[in-house]
Design a protein around this ligand. Structure first.
Ligand SMILES: Cc1cc2nc3c(=O)[nH]c(=O)nc-3n(C[C@H](O)[C@H](O)[C@H](O)COP(=O)(O)O)c2cc1C
Length: 381
């Protein structure tokens, strides 16, 4: 096997090991994928200032996100059906995150359930909530996250209607997946993945099946999810959820300064500048391009984080330099997971940590708390 030195190396290995349907589900964006591409390209356009002859000893990346200690300001983003990239994927990713000293976020649309992840890990994690029409189900989900000891609730605001991903339609991605001949043949070439799946019972939406009224199996699930994302979601609902939860609240999916203003007024603890990894509004600006304006608008009233397009430690530093208190990664850890399970996620985090550490030093900084716009070449932000 080639040496695995970059997130791109992990992507290529995941592509070999994960069935095409699930690999494509991760590695795709909405419609023309222009926003998906812009997320990465806009990071590449930002240039760092190289500094020399400054003391580079005793460096630290340690920080806090909503008051929680983190070994570096990077968290694992909520991703649906991570348990299809690798058997028991959410549990493995949560364990890797805990070992690396960074937060893990469990999606509403996970394979392993909230209770399952809590039972199989030692560290509290964050729970991401989608607002469904069935409000009684939402109330139960919030209560379950509380009972499982989740230390923050992350409310996603940018997916009440689904952006279309052509690859998912062409691949027949549904619940349950379409057993087309092409899909079945593809499985023959993924023996490692198949063995993993045969060895686990976790193969459906753990937070939903058996918990939502009328959803007892995969067939009823498909119909339920298709109609449940609630397009009437409003800031009143945000308030209702904040009160019902009563703990730390993170709002995910803000890309516009006007929405950031409303988010700041909502009393939430953090917002995430995000376009859902280019999976929703195709044609929207990249997250890194939206970040500075939102940081300015919020003016310190809450923490501002970002996600989308982070593929290296250099990218994390650029986001921190532009005012992000923290950064989330989605695909980078999914590639690690698909490539090598728990060790792959740990490797993805180690790769990013090392890149960040050395890059910070080469920019003349020793402490992530001192990283600001002075490490960037002016005019490129
Ligand atoms: C395969 C996949 C599934 C996702 N599922 C969810 C989800 O269930 N809930 C959510 O809030 N965001 C979800 N997202 C968006 C991520 O949380 C995050 O915003 C995005 O992946 C960041 O971009 P990046 O992948 O370039 O790091 C998903 C992203 C991917 C790639």
């Amino acid at each position: 096997m080639a040496q695995l030195l970059t997130i791109e190396d992990l992507r290529l290995l995941a592509k070999r090991r994960v069935p095409r349907m699930f690999y494509d589900y991760a590695d795709s964006g909405a419609w023309t994928e222009s926003t998906y591409r812009a997320n990465e390209a806009d990071f590449a356009a930002i240039k760092l200032r190289q500094r020399v002859a400054v003391d580079m000893t005793n460096r630290t990346l340690a920080s806090t996100m909503i008051g929680e200690q983190v070994s570096m300001p990077v968290a694992l983003a909520p991703t649906g059906i991570a348990g299809m990239q690798h058997a028991d994927g959410e549990i493995l990713a949560a364990r890797a995150a805990a070992r690396a000293g960074v937060p893990f976020t469990l999606s509403t649309m996970s394979v392993c359930s909230i209770e399952d992840v809590a039972q199989n890990t030692d560290k509290p994690f964050w729970f991401q909530l989608y607002v469904m029409r069935d409000r009684a189900f939402i109330e139960r989900l919030i209560d379950r996250a509380k009972a499982a000891g989740c230390s923050a609730l992350m409310l996603t605001l940018d997916l009440q209607i689904l952006g279309q991903r052509h690859k998912d339609i062409r691949n027949g991605l549904s619940a349950p997946p379409k057993p087309t001949i092409a899909n079945l043949i593809n499985l023959v070439f993924k023996p490692r993945w198949c063995m993993g799946m045969l060895g686990t019972k976790r193969r459906s939406f753990g937070n939903i099946v058996g918990h939502a009224t009328g959803v007892g199996d995969m067939t009823s699930l498909s119909a339920w999810t298709a109609e449940q994302f609630d397009p009437t979601l409003s800031w009143d609902d945000v308030k209702w959820i904040k009160d019902r939860w009563g703990g730390k609240l993170i709002l995910k999916g803000i890309l516009d300064a006007e929405d950031a203003e409303l988010a700041a007024q909502s009393g939430a603890d953090a917002l995430i500048v995000s376009n859902h990894g280019g999976r929703q509004l195709d044609g929207a600006v990249s997250s890194i391009a939206a970040l500075p304006g939102i940081v300015e608008q919020v003016g310190g009233r809450m923490e501002v984080w970002m996600d989308g397009g982070v593929r290296s430690g250099q990218d994390v530093l650029k986001a921190v330099a532009l005012g992000a208190r923290g950064v989330l990664i989605g695909r980078p850890f999914l590639y690690g997971l698909g490539a090598m399970g728990e060790e792959g996620v740990k490797l993805a985090l180690d790769i990013i940590r090392k890149e960040m550490d050395i890059t910070m030093a080469l920019c003349g900084k020793r402490d992530i708390q001192d990283v600001d716009a002075s490490i960037l070449v002016k005019g490129k932000a």
